[in-house]
Design a binder for this molecule. Sequence first.
Ligand code: GTP
Ligand code: SPV
Ligand code: MN
Length: 593
Amino acid sequence: MKFTHMKLHEWVKKMAEMCRPDRIVWIDGSEEEKARLEKEAFATDELIQLNQKKMPGSVFHRTAANDVARTEHLTYICTSHKADAGPTNNWLPPKTGYAKAKAIFKNAMKGRTMYVIPFSMGPVGSPFSKIGVELTDSIYVVLNMRIMTTIGAPVLKILGGDGEFTKCLHSKADLDINRRLILHFPEDNTIWSVGSGYGGNVLLGKKCLSLRIASYLGYQEGWMAEHMLIMGVEKPNGHVVYIAAAFPSACGKTNLAMLVPPKGLAKKGYKIWTVGDDIAWMRIDTDGGLWAINPETGFFGVAPGTNSKTNPNAVATIKSNTIFTNVLLKPDKTVWWEGADGPVPSRGIDWRGRPWKPGLTDENGEVIKAAHPNSRFTAPIMQCPTASFRLKHHHGVPISAIIFGGRRAHVAPLVYESFNWQHGVYVGATMASERTAAQYGAEGEVRRDPMAMLPFCGYNMGDYFRHWLRMGKNMQTPPKIFNVNWFRTDSEGRFLWPGYGENLRVLEWIADRCEKTAEAIKTPIGYTPTPRSLDLTGLKLPAGNLDKLLSIDKEAWEKEMDQHEEFFKQFGKTLPTELKQELSNQRSRFKKV
Ligand code: GTP
Ligand code: SPV
Ligand code: MN
């Protein structure tokens, strides 16, 4: 390897002096390199090769049992001033952060190889892309980054002798949860992650760079980094309406991004195009509209519940060249998870590496799951049958609608449209969702998760809200803002809405609202569909469900708005007055009904 970038060279040397790897390998991204790394990982059982007849190019990996989801309580924003991290982030002064992590990184790579992965988030060379270099002692990380980003030689070439890059350092160290830290130093364009081997904690191009560091950069440079899927809804007349949607982790982004139109609507001629399933970088273009790119090249999707009925496009995508993490390994070296296609296997090895058969229970009498609820697949986006041809465009796609949504058993209706951008920002800022298995913590607990960015905003969330308001003012044609909830339940806890492909019925209404052709009713929280403006052709929805799905319970909303007020308090003076105004306007609208 010829070093022309002296700063990069010096940084790699300095990090190696701290971590003490036995050797340093520069990743070039070639096929030969991939084969060599896989072979090495098969030999040590870091990876298991899957059945190459049935799943060509696919491999299997298990993470440590205490390391299966993002650890938000160990994730920090390290800025000189605490106020810059804001009330919703864990904070450490940079000096303390570096010192604490250094103690764990010290000698952590002894006996191991340090891989140097140059990577680009966004098309290589696009003015919208950002470059990072991740140092890691995990082959699993290298192979995941290979799918999720563009890596290796072309990136180094673009970086040249003095290009800017995010310095990303990762070591599994000893995988001890008490010696695990995910640290972001936005002022130094640096990320340090130690003590974990799980996805969002260690694929540093993903949540760490593309959301936490990028949101900080976006605030300064006037663009947005958001936890959003991007999809195109092709209408029967051939016009494609592009939508970006923010749902918290494990709340349906991957599923929505590649949905298959239900029969009734497919007949009309609807088609879906997938641009991204997790992250959107958005900027205002010369037309005064908002344009989005997906900085990733792969999906890191939730496995459980994925089958040919719920998500046929995902099933097609993961047929080959896929990394499966923490699912069940079957005797024939294929995989399974709860809610997968086919019969429940009679035996296998579970995500913890223990023999498994259906019906096994643990010491508390709970059924032992074959796959971890947050088990995942990593697959190239280009293998998705609905991958959009616009993926390679530097400017991305023009966004007509932004959708917020969460997992709410009660309160939030199936869909509503905000009155305008400012009201929409209030809707996003007060979003809430029930906690899922994608992060450690009590599952099911309702928490506020503004714009689905609570765990991912790299700076003060009060300033983040101000940035959203400012972006709206700077656009000539801001997208319309909607809220959806696929997860409302009846008194028995059953979902009122079938979800998945049927969600297109709601997207159709949204797309038609953008073109001002769909009917709506004005309510205190925004516009909701008239019953006949939602096309339910071919859907057997139990009588009464639609009313329940669209109902707005005044008492529940009044309680909800008390919670909004409470939530806003923590931001003190950084909370934009516009949001308080929107809350008070909404309260007055409710008083009138
Ligand atoms: P992250 O990758 O963590 O950001 O998650 P995500 O937002 O991409 O969520 P994903 O699409 O993977 O869905 C997570 C879970 O929600 C899966 O178990 C799905 O089966 C389930 N799910 C997705 N869409 C729907 C829906 O419309 N209705 C219902 N009831 N469940 C859904
Ligand atoms: C999420 O949790 O939102 C994910 C998975 O997309 S992870 O990459 O682990 O963050
Ligand atoms: Mn996500």
